[in-house]
Structures are given as structure tokens and as C-alpha cells.
Ligand binder design. Structure first.
Ligand code: HEM
Length: 401
């Protein structure tokens, strides 16, 4: 028996017996094992932390606020915060590291070359980061946006056909059609809880994002009446001679300039400003830097869209960047409002169609102008919003095509 056992029995005023001695010895051994386990874990954490610090040293880093806060509070969710991001991007592209407190590093990727290896990695290697998405879980459940592994792969397979062009075509029937398809296939695979989580996810991902996208494109066209007139002209030409002002499926590909204006607005004001991942393997970047496994990385959509190394004069609203006839060749990952790779937006064609129809019908009937009395201060919440709403003056046009 351990000498400590005798001492404890004495202290507890208990007579020595084989049973008591064995029980106390076992307890002590168990506590010792726990302690050693905790010690090894702490050692492993410190060692891993040290190794990660060394490996992350290749990434540039803005000056920390202090040793405790790290970069916490450097980028706040406000207009000033977004301006700070723009400044960091122009000085620290293609990627940089910031610290949330003394122990949590976050690698921000702000260039297509650096986004690519993470965004296009298989979903199992680049799962969603729990730090950033965890708080959405109680609200959205395990829907497509937040789920991972087998469940995500199976649900994505089941839900993808609901967004096929053939389903989007009969535009007015979209909701019925896609819901029906899901029901047919889900009958055997998805529980009520699964269906509720997917419905919540689609309401959030589908509604708020598109509403933000539409608001910003109207704002950008209000700021640039010349482009607004050009869009209206294009849509009027398309509608000429028709009895009803209704946009049909075939029209969606016949409004190139309006599409360019929508895309440029999604670049300048991406409704989703960033997505994050936590890779289960080291990820090598094209310049040789490595994101160690387990480190949170932020695919900064806003940062990439505002990176002057990617987009000349990034703050200028210029739809001609997206002119299909333009000789300028941008990387496919330079414009990623819907993210990219296996976890890209399942509803992107739906969203683009919806934006085109809503914008076209609005411009046919109204002129939009800026309200000079209201300032616009951007606010990145979950979605890119403004602090006090987006105020536009709307004037009804004579209803003649
Ligand atoms: C302008 C409108 C939209 C924008 C900017 C947008 C943007 C995005 C982005 C950036 C992601 C990737 C999220 C991540 O990696 O964490 C995403 C995913 C997703 N979006 Fe959208 N979205 C839009 C519209 C829609 C619509 C209309 C729907 C459905 C009706 C939808 C459903 C989803 C779903 C379910 C996911 C998760 C996909 C997955 O992980 O497999 N989105 N969206």
C-alpha cells in the first residue's frame, strides 16, 4: 500500500482494513493519473502552440494592441472597421495573421491565389470553423450551412436537384417545385428536425442575403444614374412590344448590362463578407507558406473584392469590370460573393435570377435617387447591412414600355 494511504486512514480516524486501504490507494492512483493526463495535455497544448507560432511567423501581422488583447478590437463591425479591413488588405495581401487574445490565431486570406487551396479543398479537409459558426447553431440547427461530414454530403446531394435550371425556369412556381422535389427525395432520408433545419437555413441564407444584394445594387445605381439609365434602356428594349411587364426565363440571359451592374454591386458590397474554415490538414499556399491544421482561417470575401492587387481602384463602382467582351482576365476566385468550391452557395442561380427580375421590374417602374440627407454607414453583421437603413428616393415613372 502507499504510505499516503496509511496517513489518510489515520487522518480520517479509520481503522486499517484491506478493503479501505485498497479503495483509498485506487482513488489516489486515479487522481494521480488524472493529474498526469492534465499535465500532458497542458504540455501538448504549449508545445503545439509554440510550433504553430513558429509556423505562422511567415505570415505578416498588423501591430498588436497589446500582449493580452492581441488584435481584438482592431476590426470592429462598423464603417470604420470595414475601412480598417481595406487598409490591412492593401498593405498585407495576399494573407495575414491576427490574434484573438494571446492564444487564438486567425489567418485571413484576401487574394484569389490564397483563397483557392482552402475554398476548393474537399469538404472533409476544410470543414466550417466552430468558433465563427457555433452561435448560429441554436437558430439554424444542423442545416446545410452548418452541418458537416456525411450528413452534409447526403443533404447537399438531395437538395442540389431542387436548384437545377429546369426547376428555376417556371419562375413563379419555384417555391412549389423545389419544395416538392425535396419532399419526394426526403421522404426516406430526412427527419422532421432535418427538414426544419433546412427550411430555417434557406430562409436565412435565401432571404436576408438576397435582400441585402438587392438593396445595395439599387443604392449603387442611385449613386450612378448613368448606369441606372443604361439598365433601364436595356430592359425597356427587351420588353418592347409586350402586353405585360413580366420577366420571363429567356429574358434573364438577355440583360447583359444589368447583370454586369449586379455583379459589380456584389463585388463592392458582398452580402456575405467572409466565411471561415478550420482545416484538418496543413494547407500549402502557392508562395510556400503553410496554414497549420487546426488553425481558423477566414476567406475574406470583402477583403478579396477590395484588394487593389486584384481589382484596380477597388472602391470605384465600375460595371465594365464584368464586361464579357473585356480583355481583362480576372481569376475565377477574384469574385466570390457566393464563395467557391464544394461548400459554395447552393442557391446562387436562384439568387441571381431573383435579383435580375426584382431589379428589372423596379427599374421599369421607378427611378431611384440617393437621399442626400441620409448618410450611409456600412455595418457588417452576419450580412452586410447599414447602421440606419438604406434610404433612397423613389419616383414612379409613366407606365409606358
Ligand atoms: C445574393 C444572395 C446570396 C449570397 C450572397 C449567398 C452567399 C452564400 C455564401 C458566401 C455561402 C457560403 C457560406 C459558407 O461557406 O459558410 C452560401 C452558402 C449557402 N447558401 Fe447562399 N447566398 C445567397 C442566396 C442564397 C439563396 C437564395 C439560397 C437558398 C434559397 C441560399 C442557400 C445557401 C445554402 C443552403 C448554403 C450552404 C451550402 C453548403 O454549405 O452546402 N443562398 N451562400
Amino acid at each position: 500500500m502507499l504510505p499516503l494511504t496509511d496517513w489518510m486512514l489515520e487522518k480520517m480516524d479509520l481503522e486499517k482494513s484491506l478493503f479501505r486501504s485498497t479503495a483509498i490507494s485506487s482513488l489516489l492512483l486515479f487522481l494521480l493519473a488524472l493529474f498526469i493526463h492534465a499535465l500532458l495535455k497542458a504540455f501538448h497544448f504549449c508545445y503545439q502552440f509554440y510550433v504553430n507560432c513558429q509556423r505562422l511567423r511567415c505570415f505578416p501581422e498588423p501591430p498588436r494592441r497589446n500582449w493580452l488583447l492581441g488584435h481584438l478590437g482592431l476590426v470592429v463591425p462598423s464603417e470604420e472597421g470595414l475601412q480598417k479591413v481595406t487598409e490591412l488588405v492593401s498593405t498585407l495581401s495576399p494573407s495575414f495573421v491576427t490574434w484573438l487574445g494571446p492564444f487564438i490565431p486567425v489567418v485571413s486570406l484576401v487574394h484569389p491565389d490564397h483563397i483557392k487551396p482552402v475554398a476548393t479543398a474537399p469538404a472533409a479537409i476544410a470543414p466550417k470553423d466552430k468558433l465563427f459558426y457555433g452561435f448560429l447553431k441554436p437558430w439554424l440547427g444542423d442545416g446545410l450551412l452548418l452541418s458537416g461530414g456525411q450528413k452534409w454530403a447526403q443533404h447537399r446531394r438531395i437538395l442540389t436537384p431542387a436548384f437545377h435550371f429546369d426547376i428555376l425556369k417556371p419562375y413563379m412556381k419555384i417555391f412549389n417545385e423545389s419544395t416538392n422535389i425535396m419532399h419526394d427525395e426526403e421522404g426516406c432520408h430526412l427527419s422532421d428536425e432535418d427538414i426544419a433545419a433546412e427550411a430555417d437555413t434557406f430562409m436565412f441564407e435565401g432571404h436576408d442575403t438576397t435582400a441585402s444584394g438587392l438593396s445595395w445594387v439599387l443604392y449603387n445605381l442611385a449613386r450612378h444614374p448613368e448606369y441606372q439609365d443604361q439598365c433601364r434602356e436595356e430592359i425597356r428594349n427587351l420588353m418592347r412590344g409586350r402586353d405585360t411587364e413580366e420577366i420571363e426565363w429567356a429574358d434573364l440571359s438577355q440583360m447583359p448590362f444589368t447583370t454586369m451592374c449586379i455583379k459589380e454591386s456584389l463585388r463592392l458590397h458582398p452580402p456575405v463578407t467572409a466565411v471561415s474554415r478550420c482545416c484538418t490538414e496543413d494547407v500549402k499556399l502557392p508562395n510556400g507558406w503553410v496554414i497549420p491544421k487546426g488553425i481558423t482561417c477566414l476567406i475574406s470575401i470583402f477583403g478579396t473584392h477590395h484588394n487593389p492587387a486584384v481589382w484596380p481602384e477597388p472602391e470605384v463602382y465600375n460595371p465594365y469590370r464584368f464586361d464579357p467582351k473585356s480583355s481583362q482576365n480576372y481569376s475565377p476566385l477574384a469574385f466570390v460573393p457566393f464563395s467557391a468550391g464544394p461548400r459554395n452557395c447552393i442557391g446562387q442561380n436562384f439568387a441571381m435570377s431573383e435579383l435580375k427580375v426584382a431589379l428589372a421590374l423596379t427599374l421599369l417602374q421607378f427611378t431611384v435617387r440617393l437621399d442626400k440627407n441620409k448618410s450611409v454607414r456600412r455595418k457588417p453583421a452576419l450580412i452586410l447591412r447599414t447602421e440606419n437603413g438604406l434610404w433612397l428616393q423613389v419616383e414612379q415613372l409613366p407606365s409606358k414600355i
